[in-house]
Each structure stands twice: as structure tokens, then as C-alpha cells.
Design a protein around this ligand. Structure first.
Ligand code: HEM
Length: 338
């Protein structure tokens, strides 16, 4: 299959809106990703998405922001503050694991350090499924590692969580408990809609593993870059250190800018499901692709002579620049060529 590479904002926007182009970035990670939301297409995607949007509502995030994140952050930060230092990636895992497990519907009954360590280890393992297409190591060994992780996740976390929710839903159906006593998470939403979705235990288990990983890895990556960029920025602009405390919108713009410079998913990949034509390549729009970290609101100075600090190879730091459009065309082979 011929590979077409798109590098401009307008072409990407056009391609991403085409309903006859389907997700192809995760083909290699089928062991976990085959039937998860991000990899579904057409009606199957729409059906699953309808269920997600029941949970992914502003109220869920508002509740998190106002009631949960504050105490969780304080608790998670305390040992790092006492130690006077923190590894941002390690810290990120410990913060995000709470949000994504609650959103997915994975119970952590022990609430112990050992339990957090176990789930963080599983998150790291599941992350390998999303990047198998770009991995240069032994993919068979990586797949075996992911399978071990899935088996462990199923036994230790997923099966107990699904059993508890099934019992709560049955008790609610018998009128024994109120709706408010049933958790509002993805697993409950999918169980409630399962007459329509027909998702097996295996599909539900992998969907929850995906939710755990999709929310955590992206956010940890983005947060680590944002903190680094901000600390670098204030070395040269010391007045902005205080400004970040006084003006949350300034800090938010810095985060947005860092996300733009370091996208969690540096490339997207799509495969046509029908013959299609894509318009020719246009020039890069410098208004959108400037390279300043914290520009004044509404403007983003373009410096065409200077490369932006975003380095594509950093996404897979040991790899030569991968051709991410390749996996669909050459599934199973190392993805390093053009
Ligand atoms: C900085 C944080 C995040 C970034 C940069 C990010 C990035 C992305 C990207 C690029 C995709 C689309 C992939 C594609 O279609 O090719 C995606 C999909 C998705 N993300 Fe995130 N994400 C973030 C946080 C989260 C969080 C916190 C959650 C859940 C709590 C989440 C859940 C999902 C889900 C469920 C999908 C699949 C949507 C669908 O296919 O309909 N993400 N994310």
C-alpha cells in the first residue's frame, strides 16, 4: 500500500475529518488495542463513544478538579516535598493513576503502596501496546510481557471490579440501593449498555486497560514537558515565575504551548476504507506553527528560520526517526524506513 505523508495543519485537519480513513496507528498493538475505543471505526466507534460520553462530561472533570485533585495532589506531593526533589514521571504516574482508575472503574481496595506500585507497573506495561508499531526491540517478547500484564490485571483488578459492579447494578435493579450508590464510571456505563454493545469479558477488560493507559501516559508526558519548559523559560524570564502563581491563565497558556510543542502522539496514522483523494500539499501555516513557548495570548510568533524545540525522534528516543505511516503497510516489520 502506498504511504502518503501529510505535514501541514490544513491537510491534517482535512484527513482527520474523512470518515473513510480509519485509525491505523495501533495495528501492531492489537494484543491490547484491537477492540478498544480508539481503534474502532464507523458505527462500532459511534456506539462505544455514546457510552463514553455519558461519563466524560464536564461535571465529572469539575468534580475531580474541585474535590478530588486537591487532596490527592497534596497527599502525593508530600513525600517529594519532604525529600526536596521529585522525578516528574514517577510523580505523574502516582497522581494520574487515581484519575484514570476512577474514570475507568478499577477499584483499588487496599489503597496501599504495594497496590499503587502494582497498578503503575501495569500502566507502564500497557503503554508498550500503544507504541509497538514503533518499537525496535523484540516485539514477540514485548507482546508476551503485555499478555502477562493483562492476565495479572484481569485477576487482581478487573475481575473483582466487574463483579462488584454487577452486584451493585443487580441490587439497584431490585430496588435495594439508590442510583447514587452505584459508581459513575466507564465500566458501569459499559455494563449498563452491554445488551447493545455485546462486549465480552475480554473486550471489557482490555477497554479498561486502555482507559487506564490512555489518560495516564498522555497526561504524564504532557506534564513532564510542561514543567521542564516552564522551568527553562523562567531561567531567562525570572519575572514570569511569580506571574504563574498570580495568573492561572498565563500558566494555562504555557501548558497549552508546551502541549503544542510536545504532542503526546507526535504522528497520527490512518488507512483508507474506500478509494479517496487527498488534496495536494500546502505551505506550513506559520501562525499555527511558531516556536515560542509562552507567547502573548492570541499570537504565536513564527520564526521560520529557527526550528521549533519539538524533536520528533524524542518520542522514541532510541529510535532513528520512524516512519509512522509505515505500520499499516508493513505490519510486523521494524518501522524505520521511508
Ligand atoms: C494531555 C492529556 C491528553 C492528551 C495529549 C491526549 C491525546 C489523545 C489523542 C491524540 C487521542 C486521539 C488518537 C487518535 O484518534 O489517533 C486521544 C484519544 C482518547 N483519549 Fe486522550 N489525551 C489526553 C488525556 C486523556 C485523559 C485524561 C483521558 C481519560 C480520562 C483520555 C481518554 C481518551 C480516550 C477515551 C480516547 C479515544 C477517543 C476516541 O477514539 O473516540 N485522554 N487522546
Amino acid at each position: 500500500m502506498a504511504v502518503v505523508t501529510i505535514g501541514t495543519y490544513k491537510e491534517a485537519e482535512d484527513a482527520l475529518k474523512r470518515t473513510d480513513l480509519r485509525q491505523a496507528l495501533y495495528d501492531e498493538g492489537a494484543i491490547l488495542m484491537k477492540k478498544v475505543l480508539v481503534n474502532l471505526h464507523g458505527d462500532e466507534h459511534l456506539g462505544r463513544k455514546r457510552v463514553v460520553t455519558k461519563v466524560l462530561r464536564p461535571a465529572f472533570f469539575l468534580h475531580y478538579e474541585k474535590n478530588v485533585f486537591g487532596p490527592t495532589l497534596e497527599q502525593t506531593l508530600a513525600p517529594y516535598v519532604a525529600a526536596g526533589k521529585a522525578d516528574m514521571v514517577e510523580f505523574g504516574y502516582r497522581v494520574m493513576v487515581n484519575l484514570t482508575a476512577d474514570f475507568a472503574g478499577i477499584d483499588r481496595t487496599a489503597r496501599s503502596t504495594e497496590e499503587t506500585d502494582a497498578i503503575v507497573m501495569l500502566l507502564r506495561t500497557f503503554g508498550k501496546a500503544a507504541t509497538l508499531g514503533q518499537a525496535l526491540g523484540d516485539r514477540t517478547a514485548i507482546r508476551a510481557d503485555i499478555q502477562r500484564g493483562l492476565d495479572e490485571f484481569d485477576a487482581q483488578f478487573f475481575t473483582p471490579s466487574v463483579r462488584r459492579r454487577e452486584a451493585l447494578l443487580a441490587a439497584h435493579a431490585r430496588g435495594e440501593i439508590a442510583e447514587a450508590d452505584v459508581p459513575r464510571d466507564m465500566l458501569v456505563a459499559m455494563l449498563q449498555a452491554n445488551d447493545e454493545l455485546h462486549a465480552s469479558h475480554d473486550v471489557l477488560m482490555k477497554e479498561m486497560a486502555f482507559y487506564l493507559m490512555a489518560g495516564a501516559h498522555t497526561s504524564i508526558h504532557s506534564m513532564t514537558h510542561a514543567v521542564h519548559e516552564f522551568l527553562e523559560w523562567v531561567k531567562a524570564h525570572s519575572e514570569d515565575r511569580q506571574r504563574a502563581d498570580d495568573d492561572p491563565f498565563f500558566l494555562q497558556r504555557c501548558v497549552y504551548e508546551s502541549i503544542r510543542l510536545h504532542p503526546s502522539s507526535p504522528t497520527a496514522c490512518r488507512r483508507p476504507t474506500a478509494p479517496i483523494e487527498l488534496p495536494g500539499k500546502g505551505a506550513l501555516d506559520n501562525q499555527l506553527f511558531g516556536n515560542a513557548i509562552a507567547p502573548p495570548q492570541g499570537s504565536r510568533p513564527a520564526k521560520p528560520s529557527k526550528k521549533p524545540p519539538y524533536k520528533p525522534t524524542y518520542a522514541c528516543y532510541k529510535n532513528p526517526a520512524p516512519n509512522m505511516n509505515g505500520p499499516a503497510a508493513r505490519a510486523g516489520k521494524a518501522d524505520t524506513g521511508g
